[in-house]
Design a protein around this ligand. Sequence first.
Ligand code: ASP
Length: 330
Amino acid sequence: MRHLLSARDLDHAAAVHVLDTAEAMAATQARTLKKLPTLRGRTVVNLFFEDSTRTRISFEAAAKRLSADVINFSAKGSSVSKGESLKDTAQTLQAMGVDGVVIRHQASGAPYRLAHSGWIDVPVLNAGDGTHQHPTQALLDAFTLRRHLHAAGAAGSVPAPEGSDLGGASVVIVGDVLHSRVARSNVELLTTLGARVTLVAPPTLLPVGMEAWPCTVRHDLDEAIAVDRPDAIMMLRVQRERMSFAGGGFFPSPPEYHRRYGLDGARLRALPEHAIVMHPGPMNRGLEISAEAADSPRSTIVEQVANGVSVRMAVLYLLLAGDQNEGTGL
Ligand code: ASP
């Protein structure tokens, strides 16, 4: 595999290989000296056309811990705001001799264009495109979930999953599925890894054509908690910037949304005892998730951020160092 554009790029073996490599990376991050020489002399560009906090910093930390040089590009303050096209930007980067491009773009499909246009001839990593895909988020979520399932299995709270995947775990993903690249990538990756996924949302926040997705769809969160008995509940951000006006007509009001689809204290207590609470960030506290749930001991939200660095180190290593180290590539 040359690029990572979609969670669909990873079959079961490749996904497990990334997670196992990320575990090896995580082990190195417990040391005082966190830097590995693996990508010394290589240059990675973070090409961010859309705002980001966690993902950009995480990719930067990951590349630096592998000793790559990192160039951060954000559309604001660059010639993109003067109207420069993706093609010209890509050709500029190629001319400067970069070895890998991490791209976030507001247009779904932009990373595919970059990877397959011939404008640039290096691995492309999708860091989130429009409402389409966010594969490294799904990988870090799967990594976090796998760790917790194995810990719960070892503690005897659930039957230990066999093998190195998610072994039939139940995951409930709740909220603004319509605008969520995180939901799309997670449905694909988590099911590839053997999990059962249920999406919960109001009908207005579900995309058309969902019948083809390998998951169950419900509109009632309390029913999902009672019936699906999730090992993990993943709350999605209500993406108000992708709605034409606040609320966008997608739901009656923020309090109403919170009442029907928010993770509050009562729902938190209704979850199975070992279940974890996930959110990709940034959170709308009080809307899709209460402070009580976000800050509870079962919340893995901060841990997901830490795991993101190990997972991105793994992906950068597998895609960029693959040609040097035979057999490590995807
Ligand atoms: N940070 C995630 C993303 O970029 C989730 C979100 O923004 O709601 O897709």
